[in-house]
Design a protein around this ligand. Structure first.
Ligand code: AMP
Length: 433
């Protein structure tokens, strides 16, 4: 299957070429024909699979070839996070670059007025987060009665974030006759109900649900909670750490860890929901441009972040669920590049690890770092007895790049926790989710 086979408008074909897309990805091969045939679609696709272009291209083609019924907005994409909204806007602008089609984003944390102007001017495509869009609708800024195409992106995430009532209310302002495409990694009963009520005989498209890219190598590093930071610094010192995304459980831990890593000599920034929109954008832009080697983030960054060059994802704190693990590590190994997914685990994480291994359909290799002192720090009274600096791997030290891009196992024979060797991608089988 080639892009030519879709018979897309020539201006879109030119944009596809300019973007450097050679052949359609599997989700594109299935979604684009169904989208062009005006079918409703329920799609499950792993992030980083080209899902955005899969829904954007048929919409752009319809906008170019079907005459507008009114001068109001014709396509609406609803998505859970601002970052995702901006990424979708970037893809739309790239693919619509040889057309006059305009698009704008609508989300909270920034001024209402530019969004109000965009909405009132009737830009053809709006990419919105639910809460702010509802604000605009209730203030009479947004006219959605001309919407012909609706996309609900990362619907499971919107459900998790409590956006379902807002989404349902937004849907009540849209014409019933429209094309709807819904993308979700999982289908909780609430989402199935939403689909049944709002879609017409949707075509189901499922490409390898939740199986991470085969180019990602997974590894677990068992470590006492108190030694996570020294172990992480040791790991960073052994690798070519120029694009590492690290996840923590809380905003506070993200800030604190970012400071500790910065002190160890790496350019580092943090991304979480307490940051202003400008700070969040600056963190992402700086990480993308390699101004920052390391980005420490909470799960807000786990979904949809599209940075092609991330070489390592580190779970400093284990994710709550196997789903979140898969979404987090979906940030690396994109576009067939190699990536490492490293998880620091404590004895309390055993049950979650079992869930993750079941979801991956494979056991993950347990690794230890030779020469790292795994003894938990003694009580303060004893601590003073230890001469400063004797604990290997503690304290910053100059990062030793070691000339290797991957986190390497220091002692290949040392696998006290058992487990098979790291594999390049687990077998593509799934447990129920
Ligand atoms: P997405 O899954 O939509 O976040 O897309 C992931 C990345 O793949 C984006 O950087 C796209 O620009 C890129 N991409 C999308 N479609 C293709 C394609 N057919 N060939 C190569 N890259 C693509």
């Amino acid at each position: 299957m080639q892009f030519n086979d879709f018979k897309l408008d020539a201006r879109l074909q030119r944009a596809i070429q300019t973007a450097g897309y050679a052949t359609p990805t599997p989700i594109q091969a299935q979604t684009i024909p169904a989208g062009l045939a005006s079918r409703d679609i329920i799609g499950t696709a792993q992030t980083g699979t080209g899902k955005t272009a899969a829904f954007v291209l048929p919409i752009l083609h319809h906008l170019l070839t079907k005459p507008a019924q009114s001068r109001s907005t014709r396509a609406l994409v609803i998505t859970p996070t601002r970052e995702l909204a901006e990424q979708i806007l970037t893809t739309i602008r790239q693919l619509a670059q040889f057309t006059n089609i305009r698009a704008a984003t609508v989300y909270g944390g920034v001024g209402m007025q530019p969004q109000e102007r965009a909405l009132r001017s009737g830009v053809e495509i709006i990419v919105a987060c639910p809460g702010r869009l509802l604000d605009h609708i209730e203030r009479g800024n947004a006219r959605l009665d001309g919407v012909e195409f609706l996309v609900l992106d990362e619907a499971d995430r919107m459900l998790d974030m409590g956006f379902l009532p807002a989404v349902t209310r937004i849907l009540s302002f849209l014409p019933r006759t429209r094309q709807t495409m819904l993308f979700s990694a999982t289908f909780a009963p609430e989402l199935s109900q939403l689909a049944v009520r709002n879609m017409r005989q949707p075509e189901r498209i499922d490409v390898g649900l939740g199986v991470p890219a085969k180019t990602v190598a997974h590894a677990l590093y068992p470590v006492p909670q108190q030694l996570k930071t020294p172990l992480l610094l040791k790991l960073l010192g052994q690798t070519d750490a120029n694009s590492v995304l690290i996840f923590t459980r809380t905003k506070h831990r993200a800030n604190r860890l970012a400071e500790q890593i910065e002190r160890a000599g790496y350019t580092t920034t943090a991304l979480h929901s307490n940051k202003s929109q400008n700070q969040r954008q600056a963190a992402l832009d700086g990480f993308r441009s390699r101004e920052f080697q390391i980005l420490v983030a909470t799960d807000i960054a786990a979904r949809g972040l599209d940075i092609a060059t991330i070489s390592h994802v580190v779970n400093y704190d284990i994710p709550d669920t196997a789903d979140t693990y898969i979404h987090r590590i979906g940030r690396t190994g994109r576009a067939e590049r190699d990536g490492d997914a490293v998880t620091l685990v404590t004895s309390e994480d055993a049950a979650t690890i079992r869930d993750i291994e079941r979801a991956l359909g494979a056991k993950i290799e347990r690794r230890t770092i030779a020469g790292f002192d795994y003894t938990p720090p003694a009580l303060p009274a004893n601590e003073t007895a230890r001469p400063a600096g004797t604990r290997q791997g503690r304290g910053p030290g100059a990062p030793d790049r070691g000339g290797q891009g991957r986190f390497r196992q220091q002692d290949p024979n040392s696998r006290p926790h058992g487990g098979p060797p790291a594999r390049r991608g687990p077998a593509p089988q799934r447990s129920s989710r």
